[in-house]
Design a protein around this ligand. Structure first.
Ligand code: MSP
Length: 640
């Protein structure tokens, strides 16, 4: 039986309105939960708000209101925002919930009774933004690296949690579970913290200074707040200690956080669990920051981006897609509307949108909007490896998603979309439609395209649930049935011939950026599948494409493929490439020509021939003109 799945986001402070950074973490939690549901896992997704502590009291004061009214108001803003972003959480927890408070009291008492909490005097540098003490070593120019403010010196008697006692246990646990904290860079960061002796954690405030917290069960003059309170939400929400949810989901717990709260989650939390006699979580998944011009987006820096504004301008699925496609999980990413528009126009409007509308337009025109039957006898010849490419894509996607490699999963999906678009170009269904004798071929080609779209609709579902549903409805499927399950994506040929399709639509209108004003949307041109401009890329992205000079040494037609030629070319070694240039060049005129090839393109089987590289050509409607060089060059020379 498939294991259950449990994922959490940080519970957000209610001293500020939600922004793009909070939205990102919560969207990836939604995406990973949808993915595990596709895999058949019983999944639970927890989010919520962190409502105690000094900074909440300060924020409420600034608004001339009480902490209670203030936290109700901001917490409701978070709770209301998530459904607007199609975030389907299972539970929304607040640290002011009475069930949660009861669990905090119970665990505090347990750890106190075990002798791991003691009373002592302390003086240290405290950052109110992070709600924790900083060691001198962690400060940058005497300031908190995250909030860029100088911490305050605090001197008072408080309760402390003996973290130092568990330091060796934690180091050992991390070594024995190499993917406990991932990606690896953050595991290394935690291990590097642990190379220095751990200081014990201050877990209380005297009520004379702060009342807005949970009263310590063993000293009514003190409250606990923030970390000792907040981290416990992950178990209190599941009904610790006896709840069914705790029994089922806690053994598979995974947390998602950004790097700002790595230390509390990578060090305090596992040690708290150990001291309380609770098994630790399975994975801590740590992502980087969304930056605006090199600085972290945050309320204190005053550079926040509003998620709802972006949703309203660009559409929800496009926004979700951009966030997942543009950030490599673990690394920082720079947010800009220009990059967002670039992605929408190239990946969504051009690649996916055009594939979808071209295919449905052709199915409408040639088969009266009904799924044609594919004759298995000729299907094998006309597959061009599409079926095995789909299976490879689903496997690559599954592995990438399970390790939070969202951008890799989307890249694999888009490679397949590229392949489908190429399939249309090579098979040229409009040519097949001209002759009755090629009707059977046309049926196979359109069936394969529709089937490929079904698989794509499933792969994009976790990230773009609305678009997936629209695509499925157009393919004559009932999205309420299990068409998203990974199993159905693994088997080719699920579409039933005779099923009615809906009329072609434009999934993602292109966004035209007017020089001085807001972006405006424009209708695309679905049948052509061409749009001129791709988004800007950096020199490093360009440098990954290995362009080489090659000399054609042999050329011949490919049987049963009107458009294809098989070329033998010489770079520094001999290779075979299959190119869709047959209508434009005779094999004999190609011999000796020097052409340009993408030498590091993954080899692909086309009509049973392994094509190793792709040549460059200008494609204008049906006219293809090879890119050549204006004087002879040694074969294999790199183009830069
Ligand atoms: N209340 C604590 C967490 C307690 S969890 C037991 C807290 N709250 S917070 O409101 O400051 O949220 C921090 C989290 O918000 C980050 O870890 C991250 O998930 C998200 N982000 C906030 N700003 C972000 C960026 N600029 N970029 C990416 N994620 C960001 O810490």
């Amino acid at each position: 039986m498939t294991e259950p799945f449990y994922v959490t986001t940080p519970i957000y402070y209610v001293n500020a309105r939600p922004h793009l950074g909070h939205a990102y973490t919560t969207i990836i939690a939604d995406v990973i939960t949808r993915f595990y549901r596709m895999c058949g896992s019983d999944s639970f997704f927890l989010t919520g708000t962190d409502e105690h502590g000094d900074k909440i009291v300060r924020a409420a004061k600034k608004e001339n209101t009480s902490p209670r009214l203030y936290v109700d108001q901001i917490s409701a803003m978070f709770r209301r925002l998530w459904p607007e972003l199609n975030i389907d959480y299972s539970q929304f927890i607040r640290t002011t919930d009475s069930d949660h408070i009861a669990v905090v009291e119970q665990i505090l008492q347990k750890i106190y009774d075990a002798g791991d909490i003691y009373f002592s005097k302390y003086e240290g540098k405290y950052c109110f933004g992070c709600e924790r003490f900083y060691t001198e070593r962690e400060l940058v120019d005497g300031k908190c690296p995250d909030h860029e403010t100088a911490p305050e010196t605090i001197k008072e008697s408080n309760y402390f949690f003996k973290m130092s006692k568990y330091q060796d246990w934690l180091i050992d646990h991390i070594h024995r579970h190499p993917d406990f904290i991932r990606p690896e860079r953050y595991k290394n960061e935690v291990l590097s913290f642990l190379r220095e002796p751990l200081e014990d954690l201050c877990i209380s405030r005297p009520k004379s200074r702060l009342k807005w917290g949970i009263t310590l069960p063993f000293d009514a003059d003190y409250v606990t707040y923030v970390w000792f309170d907040a981290l416990l939400n992950y178990v209190s929400a599941l009904g610790y200690p006896d709840g069914e949810g705790f029994r089922k989901y806690w053994p598979v717990a995974q947390h998602i956080v950004a790097k700002d709260i790595l230390k509390p989650h990578g060090i305090y939390w596992p040690i708290m669990l150990k001291a309380a006699g609770i098994d630790t979580y399975r994975h801590l998944n740590v992502h980087g920051y969304w930056n605006i011009e090199q600085s972290k987006m945050s309320k204190s820096l005053g550079n926040v981006v509003e998620p709802l504004e972006l949703k309203n301008i660009y559409g929800l699925d496009s926004f979700r897609f951009f966030l997942l496609r543009d950030m490599t999980f673990g690394l920082d990413s720079s947010f800009s509307e220009k990059a967002l528009v670039g992605r929408i126009n190239s990946d969504l409007a051009n690649d996916l949108g055009n594939l979808f509308s071209r295919t449905l337009t052709m199915a409408g025109k040639y088969f009266k909007a009904v799924v044609p039957a594919a004759d298995p006898k000729i299907d094998a010849d006309l597959q061009l490896g599409l079926k095995s490419a789909a299976a490879d894509t689903v496997s690559a996607y599954e592995a990438a998603m399970a390790s939070f490699g969202f951008n890799r999963a989307l890249q694999a999906t888009w490679d397949f979309i590229g392949r489908m678009n190429k399939y249309i170009d090579v098979m040229a269904p409009w040519e097949l439609a001209k002759k009755d004798s090629s009707r059977k071929q046309l049926e196979v080609v359109i069936y394969n395209l529709l089937e490929g779209l079904r698989i794509i609709s499933g792969l994009i579902y976790p990230v773009m649930p609305q678009t997936a549903e629209t695509m499925q409805k157009h393919l004559g499927l009932d999205p309420s049935e299990a068409f998203y399950t990974l199993d159905t994506l693994k088997s080719w040929g699920q579409l039933t011939p005779g099923t009615r399709l809906l009329k072609s639509i434009i999934l993602f209108p292109r966004i035209e950026v007017k020089k001085s004003s807001q972006p405006a949307t424009e209708e695309g041109t679905p049948e052509t599948g061409k749009s001129d401009r791709l988004p800007e890329i950096g020199i490093d992205e360009f440098a990954r494409v290995d362009l080489r000079v090659a000399t054609v040494v042999k050329a011949e037609a490919v049987p049963r493929a009107k458009k294809l030629l098989k070329l033998e070319i010489e770079l520094d070694e001999k290779r075979t490439v299959v190119a869709g240039i047959a209508g434009n060049y005779e094999p004999s005129e190609l011999i000796g020509k020097q052409i340009i090839v993408v030498a590091n393109l993954k080899p692909a089987k086309i009509m049973g021939i392994l094509s190793n590289g792709m040549l460059l050509a200008a494609v204008d409607k049906d006219r293809v003109t090879l890119a050549t060089l204006d004087r002879p060059v040694k074969p294999g020379t790199r183009l830069r």
